[in-house]
Design a protein around this ligand. Sequence first.
Ligand SMILES: [Zn+2]
Ligand SMILES: [Zn+2]
Length: 110
Amino acid sequence: MTDKEAKGFYNSSAWKLKRMQILERDHYECQDCRKRLKDAVAAGVALRGEERKIRRAEEVHHIQELKEHPELGLEDDNLISLCKSCHNVRHGRTPKRCPRKKKPVSEERW
Ligand SMILES: [Zn+2]
Ligand SMILES: [Zn+2]
């Protein structure tokens, strides 16, 4: 599948409907967050802060890449609900936290 075809797929109403169904199926919970928690409990590892949360799923991921397996594009078993950050991890896009330089607060004088 080409980029153009993939784009067309993501714009299709069939995908939009399927996407909603998958999010509902997964109760809008990120399945990777859920797994991380489950694994931690099984391993007896205590998670801290943010790591304890199951984030809200906002995206639906193709386990087998759409472009490689267009025939699985609408297969329930090939779809999983993920939050943005887990989705990025799945695609190897670990966003570097851009250290925003703090501007020195300029005191206002008059
Ligand atoms: Zn997640
Ligand atoms: Zn994805």
